[in-house]
Structures are given as structure tokens and as C-alpha cells.
Write a protein that binds this ligand. Structure first.
Ligand SMILES: [Fe+2]
Ligand SMILES: [Fe+2]
Length: 193
């Protein structure tokens, strides 16, 4: 359903389980970045009214996810650490050439966002199925549903604002590229690592 071409190695969960503090820290910043992306899309593309409306709602939802993760960190007696570099995203956003028309740039940003949501959703599903801590597993199950909706929304906007056939072709190419990146990942206790 997510279209991803390479599933995460389930052994990634074993790495995560050994360091819950690290995954929660990284996860908190994923939610912060999702919030920032939504704000940035509003600022960059204000004339796309429907997008602005949906991004306004998304800002609230993603920052509420940040709060949920942060509250867990506090409950554990930990303090939120510094931001982690997201190597996955750094590599991913090199795929499309810079520049092009405004619409092209918007489509590229929407496709990146859709893919990041899709992979996050896949990782959350794995955590919800495999984590021994059943309470934490349930937490990830709920978030998985949210991120699946975001994936659908971003891909839908890309198809709505771009030229359908061209967008679908770009989406397939991006999925192939992402699968290549993932071959070297699944080795660290980060949401996309
Ligand atoms: Fe989120
Ligand atoms: Fe999201």
C-alpha cells in the first residue's frame, strides 16, 4: 500500500530495543521536522489555498506528535538531547535536480514529504508489531495510522498540482532511489537509520 520497494529488515527493531532513549530522541526531531516542513510549504506556496489549509492542520498534528514523544522522554526521567542528523533524508533530497518551475519544485517537495511519511509509517508498523514493550508498541500503532494518512495526502497533492503521468513516473523513480539508500541503512536506532 505504501509502494516502498525495500522492506526494513525486522532485526532493526532489536537494535532499537537496546536504546529506547535514542529512538525517542530521534523520533521527537522527526516530528519537529515534519512540523517545520508543513510551515515551510505554507511560506513557499501561499497561493495554493487547499495546501495551505491542510498544512495548517498538519502543523498542529505534527507538533502534537512531538509533544507526545517529548512527554514520554520526560516520563522516563530523561531530557531531550540535541538534534540528530537524518542521513536518510539528506541523501533522499538529492534526487531531484534543483530549480525548475514553481509547480515542479512544489511537486518535488510533496513527493519527498510523501516518501518520508511512507517510510516512517513502515517503521512505526514494525515497531508496533515487534516491540516487546506492548504499551510502546500501541503508541507506535496509533502514530502509524496518522503517518499513513499524511503519505496519502502528500502524494494526492503532488498528483493534483502536477501533471498526473509525469508525477507518477517521478514517484516510481524516487521509490527506486530510496530502495538503494535503504540497502545501506537499518543499522542504527533512529527512525530512518
Ligand atoms: Fe507525525
Ligand atoms: Fe506525518
Amino acid at each position: 500500500m505504501l509502494g516502498l520497494k525495500l522492506p526494513t529488515d525486522p532485526r532493526w527493531v532489536n537494535i532499537v530495543e537496546k536504546n529506547i532513549e535514542e529512538i525517542l530522541t530521534d523520533h521527537a526531531y522527526c516530528e519537529q521536522k515534519a512540523t517545520s516542513t508543513a510551515i515551510s510549504l505554507i511560506v513557499s506556496f501561499p497561493e495554493y489555498t487547499e495546501l495551505v489549509t491542510e498544512m495548517t492542520a498538519l502543523v498542529k498534528e505534527e507538533i502534537s506528535h512531538f509533544k507526545m514523544v517529548h512527554d514520554r522522554i520526560i516520563a522516563k526521567g530523561w531530557v531531550l538531547g540535541r538534534d540528530r542528523k537524518d542521513e536518510y533524508v539528506i541523501q533522499l533530497i538529492k534526487f531531484f535536480p534543483k530549480g525548475g518551475s514553481r509547480t515542479t519544485q512544489l511537486v518535488h517537495r510533496l513527493l519527498y514529504a510523501a516518501l518520508i511519511e511512507a517510510r516512517s509509517c513502515e517503521r512505526f508498523r514494525l515497531l508496533s508489531e515487534e516491540l516487546k514493550d506492548k504499551e510502546l508498541a500501541e503508541f507506535y500503532r496509533n502514530l502509524m495510522v496518522s503517518e499513513a494518512n499524511h503519505y496519502t495526502m502528500f502524494l494526492g497533492f503532488a498528483r493534483q498540482y502536477g501533471e498526473r503521468e509525469e508525477v507518477d513516473e517521478k514517484w516510481q523513480q524516487l521509490l527506486d532511489f530510496e530502495a538503494e539508500i535503504m540497502k545501506n541503512l537499518s543499522k542504527s536506532e533512529t527512525i530512518h537509520g
